[in-house]
Design a protein around this ligand. Structure first.
Ligand code: URA
Length: 210
């Protein structure tokens, strides 16, 4: 991917996102839509995967048919909200290896604090897709990517549902080599670090914790 930021404007993505933003949308519907959107976003983020051909025989004749070139993938969920995106992407790419980065945001400083890190071996050989629905300040996303680079990853993409301009700028400054794919670029962050207009706390909305 060449662009640092790709906003997926596909009508299905935008329609589903509008329902997710609505504060009256119930948890079960929110979760289902997140799963569906994550697959549409995954479609976009994997658009340029390398291809090769393999010889097969259809019922009619042999052919050299397109197939993925086999660069292995690792999906990294940034806990806890990342898991909502992870499930859908994993359905589309079931052979991907999966890792988890546990970071929570200190509500006063808005800085990320690490509490868990477990990723597949050989990250340097893999295309690494980090998933987190909300790119807000970008502090935890940048910290997660720091950790992934520290573990050897060199080819990283970042998949989110919503991005704030502040988060995109932070990522561009810290990790200009990491393309971002999102469903929308919202207006700004509020004083608590929430994306506006946003959809609220993604974790709470998908897990029904509030
Ligand atoms: N995390 C969320 O869940 N929502 C926001 O708006 C910002 C960060």
């Amino acid at each position: 991917m060449t662009d640092h930021l790709t906003v997926v404007t596909h009508p299905l993505v935008q329609h589903k996102l509008t329902i997710m933003r609505d504060k009256d949308t119930p948890t079960a519907v929110f979760r289902q839509l997140l799963r569906e959107i994550s697959q549409l976003l995954a479609y976009e983020i994997t658009r340029e995967l390398r291809m090769t051909t393999k010889r097969i025989e259809t019922p009619l004749e042999p052919m050299d048919a397109p197939t993925l070139d086999g660069k292995k993938l690792a999906l990294i969920s940034i806990l806890r909200a990342g898991n909502g995106l992870l499930d859908g992407v994993l359905e589309l790419i079931p052979s991907a290896r999966v890792g988890f980065v546990g970071l929570y945001r200190d509500e006063e400083t808005l800085q990320p604090v690490q509490y868990y890190f477990k990723v597949p071996e050989g990250l340097n050989d893999r295309l690494v897709i980090a998933v987190d629905p909300m790119l807000a300040t970008g502090n935890s996303s940048a910290a997660a990517v720091d950790l992934l680079k520290g573990a050897g990853a060199t080819d990283i993409r970042f998949l989110c549902l919503l991005a704030a301009p502040e988060g995109v700028a932070r990522m561009k400054e810290a990790h200009p080599d990491v393309p971002i794919v999102t469903a929308a670029l919202d207006s700004h962050l509020n004083e608590k670090g929430y994306i506006v207009p946003g959809l609220g706390d993604a974790g709470d909305r998908m897990f029904g914790t509030k």
